[in-house]
Design a protein around this ligand. Structure first.
Ligand code: ADP
Length: 422
């Protein structure tokens, strides 16, 4: 099997890739199709798209072209990955994308499995729970882009598409893979399009993965990938626990903290005590065109210690408010800081920095696009949802994390993964 994953956002793509790698699958992640002649041999390809919150007709188009690329790249099984809290609005996008992928593959049925028990997202009697609350009672009710005001997956899907829905309830799941497979066969024969499965623990994910080995297309959160990797590892024995595709090495490095999230603030405070750090001057970002050069020079002057030097823009909510409302009123400071980080990255790369450890989703996007990296081999997982990645040409190794991900010591912990043998 070569698994082709269509992930609806970047962090979700890294998340599922991490599960596949820790289950022993060599995994490549691409933001864009890559010439298939250049692809290394892998067990899975994850396409990271940005289609969660765009109009559903555009999302469908992008998902279908990702499918075409994955097919061309030799994938023979497909997985549409969305958020375990089923993030979508009444108008899309999970239903329409599932329908379009099914149609493109000539299938009448697919699986709907958002559960991620490790993060306490479970499905029981077709209702999605976050911890001990129904999805619609959880903080997801107030999500700015897609407030989740319903919890019954069949109702959510019915709003989004005309496809029919059926269930595999927990009384069947607990009987094991054969019982689940029989139930799925019956639903398929009855012409049910979306087969919604109950899952409340990791063992259930393995049951579902075993029962659906023959399904050409499955859909779900990253949890099911855990089950698929576990089933495959068992089938392969030794090779199933193969090492990740690469081990990070100690090279010239920089930590760039561009996020101001609560966790990033803790991570910056922790790391400041351990390594050289430089707090950017917002005024200089606005006024001084040579400021990126100044920052790059500082980074160079502070190579050599065990931990990489950190340049950070991270501020508290009060400082941000002051910047926004008084000090830089009317100035798009966030964008200016992103540009400064982008230019600094370009100078650093030109002068031989090969390791970039980046905090912040947008900031990561700027660094990756400045370096021209849009396909990655996935390495060791540092914390849930964040892994080391390496550019396909092996020139750069990166950590790209959304602000809130990782534990307090994350920036140090990432560098403890270095392979010190050479
Ligand atoms: P997260 O993953 O936490 O959302 P992002 O990198 O996506 O982090 O977004 C953080 C945004 O905040 C970026 O646009 C960044 O340039 C901006 N930013 C960082 N520091 C400051 C600051 N001191 N003042 C204003 N904006 C800032």
């Amino acid at each position: 099997m070569k698994l082709g994953v269509i992930a609806d956002d970047f962090t979700g793509a890294v998340d599922i890739a991490g599960f596949l790698v820790s289950g022993g699958m060599r995994t490549l992640m691409c933001a864009k199709p890559v010439a298939t002649g250049q692809l290394p041999e892998t067990d899975a390809i994850v396409m990271s798209l940005k289609i969660r919150s765009i109009p559903s007709s555009d999302a469908v188009k992008e998902a279908l072209s990702a499918l075409a690329f994955l097919q061309e790249a030799g994938c023979d099984r497909f997985y549409y990955k969305y958020c375990s809290t089923f993030d979508s609005t009444e108008k899309g996008n999970i239903g329409p994308i599932s329908d379009a992928l099914r149609a493109a593959l000539g299938l009448s049925s697919t699986l709907i499995c958002p559960s991620l028990p490790i993060n306490r997202r479970t499905v029981y009697h077709g209702y999605l729970f976050v911890g001990d609350q129904l999805l619609s009672d959880s903080p997801m009710r107030h999500h700015p882009l897609n407030p989740m005001k319903m919890s019954k997956l069949a109702d959510l899907l019915a709003m989004q598409s005309p496809a029919t829905n059926g269930h595999v309830y927990y009384d069947v799941v607990r009987k094991g893979a054969t019982a689940v497979k029989n139930r799925i066969d019956t639903l398929e024969k009855d012409g049910v399009n979306n087969i919604i499965v109950d899952v409340i623990n990791d063992g259930d994910l393995t049951t579902i993965a075993k029962a659906t080995e023959d399904m050409l297309l499955v859909t779900g959160g990253s949890g099911l990938a855990q089950g698929i990797a576990a089933v495959r590892a068992k089938a392969l024995g030794e090779r199933g626990t193969a090492k990740p595709a690469f081990l990070p090495k100690r090279t010239k490095a920089v930590v760039i903290a561009g996020s101001c999230s609560a966790m990033m603030q803790k991570q910056v405070a922790y790391y400041k005590e351990k390594a050289e750090s430089f707090s950017i001057d917002e005024q200089a970002c606005v006024d001084d065109p040579s400021y990126p050069e100044t920052l790059a020079k500082w980074v160079f002057a502070h190579q050599g210690s065990t931990l990489a030097p950190m340049v950070f823009a991270t501020r508290s909510p009060e400082e941000l408010q002051y910047n926004r409302e008084q000090r830089f009123k009317g100035v798009y400071l966030a964008g200016i800081i992103e540009q400064v980080f982008g230019k600094m990255t370009a100078i650093l790369a030109q002068k031989g920095v090969e390791t970039f450890i980046v905090g912040g989703g947008e900031t990561s996007g700027v660094v990756a696009s400045t370096l021209g990296v849009d396909a990655y081999l996935i390495g060791e997982q540092i914390d849930p949802g964040v892994s080391w990645v390496q550019s396909l040409d092996k020139k750069y190794q990166l950590v790209l994390k959304s602000g809130n991900f990782g534990c307090e010591s994350f920036l140090e912990k990432a560098q403890e993964c270095y392979d010190e043998r050479n």
